[in-house]
Design a protein around this ligand. Structure first.
Ligand code: RVP
Length: 503
């Protein structure tokens, strides 16, 4: 007889938190959202922790290098998508690692032979007024000068004027060498009243810029997640097919943590992948695995040596795995089951394997619920894909600003490697859709509001840390009718489409 789970599986939307006692010291500014990313032994510290419990999904529409830097600034981690060539993924990781906090890689470069018209076009495209003049206009080429809007007067100059004739040449520039610290760079900026300081290596090649405005913003990010060389921490997705080539390239590029990206993680292929990594790198390379939705799946991956385990099948906003294959489980039930398995495994072995609730977060409070259900952190796709920093396109649809968002299992992503058994393209079928989602602005603004809500709710539950919430939260199921009661009801909400005329 098949195994039956007697209870229906449920989603986060079916639950609410019941407040606990809030003491006078239980205030949002005292809440710590620090959480482990990778496994650790009882009494020891994890090799990597995050300052906020959020990671971005391993997806083309979500986790590119800009988002990775912006999320690390806020205290979380991005997993750069693996559905691209090994070379381009490693190059993305390398660029994130080259972006030391406060040091910005130049994406506006011109050559001395370019013209004023080229400069103006590039300025329009990137929005950046400062450009590096390098040999052949290469990003990390020999620095020959810089151009800022102080170097030209559009009304007085011919658009065909060559950059070499109006740039500020290298010998007139103040520059920093590549070993300079951010505070030393900032001192030079202040002492010489500069807006930016180019950083060059011993061969005069451009490494980065430090901008006055970025130093200020660096101070605004007390939670930023940095490695011991003050570089942003970044993750990368891998698959169970080309890991023998992909893993070494990503490790060499500086990825801090890897994660096997698959719709179904309870498989021999995942164990083989982890084993290969352990055989070649021991514990020095950190790798998460998944996704699973029950105790058995968790235990399998924990015993295989995963550094963290991801939970969720079919709950993603763009995911149609449940419709296509009939596999999956409600995200709240899956998280609860796996959290119990993690605690049991910890009791038995003394090893704590963090778990991540992946997909299906719709409202901000779902994050708090996922943590209360036992997750150590959450992975989000749709949420981050709405932001400026995501690599997907901003478009207008019926007059509204939208971002494109497509699943890794969609025909658009062509990520057949994610499906261990679907490598033969003739057998492959889609498990995801291509969609639009409303544009929401900058990552920083949104993440800060989301986490403010999480902190407030935790205080309502009387909890100052995630482990306290996991232990002490009180959770209730809600009925369909009480869900209606939870929104605005029995009133006509005023918005721009409806405004009454005063009598
Ligand atoms: P969401 O945050 O609800 O958009 O879900 C994102 C998650 O959905 C990803 O982290 C991944 O686990 C899953 N996903 C990505 N692509 C697909 C698909 O095409 N089916 N599913």
């Amino acid at each position: 007889m098949a195994k039956f789970f007697e209870e229906p599986s449920r989603t986060f939307n079916e639950y609410l938190l019941v407040p606990g006692y809030t003491g006078e010291n239980c205030t949002p500014d005292r809440v710590s959202l620090k959480t482990p990313l990778v496994k650790f032994k009882k009494g020891e510290e994890p090799a990597i922790s995050m300052n906020i419990p959020m990671v971005s999904a391993i997806m083309q529409a979500v986790s590119g290098e800009k988002l990775a830097c912006a999320l690390a600034q806020e205290g979380g981690i991005s997993f750069i998508y693996g559905s691209q060539t090994i070379e381009s993924q490693a190059a993305m990781v390398r660029r994130v690692k080259a972006t030391k906090a406060g040091f910005v890689g130049s994406d506006s470069n011109v050559s001395p032979e370019d013209t004023l018209a080229d400069v103006l076009a590039l300025k329009k495209e990137t929005g950046h007024a400062t450009m590096a003049v390098t040999e052949n206009g290469e990003a990390n080429g020999k620095l020959l000068g810089i151009v800022t809007s102080r170097d030209y007067r559009i009304s007085r100059m011919d658009p065909s004027e060559k950059v070499k004739n109006f740039m500020t040449p290298f010998d007139k520039l103040i520059v920093g060498d590549e070993d300079i610290s951010l505070s030393e760079a900032n001192d030079i900026i202040w002492d010489h009243k500069l807006n930016q300081l180019p950083i060059v290596d011993k061969d005069q090649k451009l490494v980065a810029f430090v901008f006055r405005k970025d130093y200020e913003s660096h101070k605004d990010h007390p939670l930023e997640l940095l490695d011991d060389k003050k570089r942003y921490i970044v993750g990368a997705g891998i698959n169970t097919r080309d890991y023998e080539q992909r893993v070494p390239a990503l490790v060499e590029a500086g990825a801090d943590v890897l994660c096997i990206d698959s719709s179904e993680g309870f498989s021999a292929w995942q164990a083989n992948t982890i084993k290969w990594i352990r055989d070649h790198y021991g514990d020095s390379v950190k790798v998460g695995a998944g996704n699973v939705v029950d105790e058995e799946g968790f235990r399998f991956l924990a015993e295989a040596g995963a550094d963290f385990v991801k939970i969720g099948i079919g709950g993603g906003s763009i995911c149609i795995t449940r419709e296509q294959k009939g596999i999956g489980r409600g995200q709240a039930t899956a998280t609860l089951d796996v959290a119990r398995a993690r605690d049991k495994y910890f009791e038995e072995t003394g090893i704590y394997v963090p778990i991540c609730s992946d997909g299906g977060i719709v409202y901000d409070y779902h994050i708090t619920l996922a943590l209360a259900f036992g997750a150590d952190f959450v992975m989000l796709g749709r949420y981050f894909a709405r932001f400026d920093e995501a690599p997907n396109k901003l478009v207008t649809v019926n007059g509204n600003y939208m971002k494109e968002y497509w699943g890794e299992g969609s025909a658009r992503a062509r990520n057949w490697q994610r499906y261990d058994m679907g490598g033969d393209k003739k057998m492959a079928f889609v498990e995801g859709v291509d969609s639009y989602i409303p544009y929401a602005g900058s990552l920083k603004d949104n993440v800060q509001i989301t986490l403010s809500k999480v902190r407030h709710t935790m205080c309502n539950c009387g909890c100052l840390t995630i482990p306290e919430l996991q232990k002490n939260a009180k959770i209730t199921l809600v009925s369909q009718t009480s869900i209606v009661e939870g929104g605005a009801h029995d009133v006509v909400v005023r918005d721009e489409h409806f405004d009454a005329k005063e009598k």
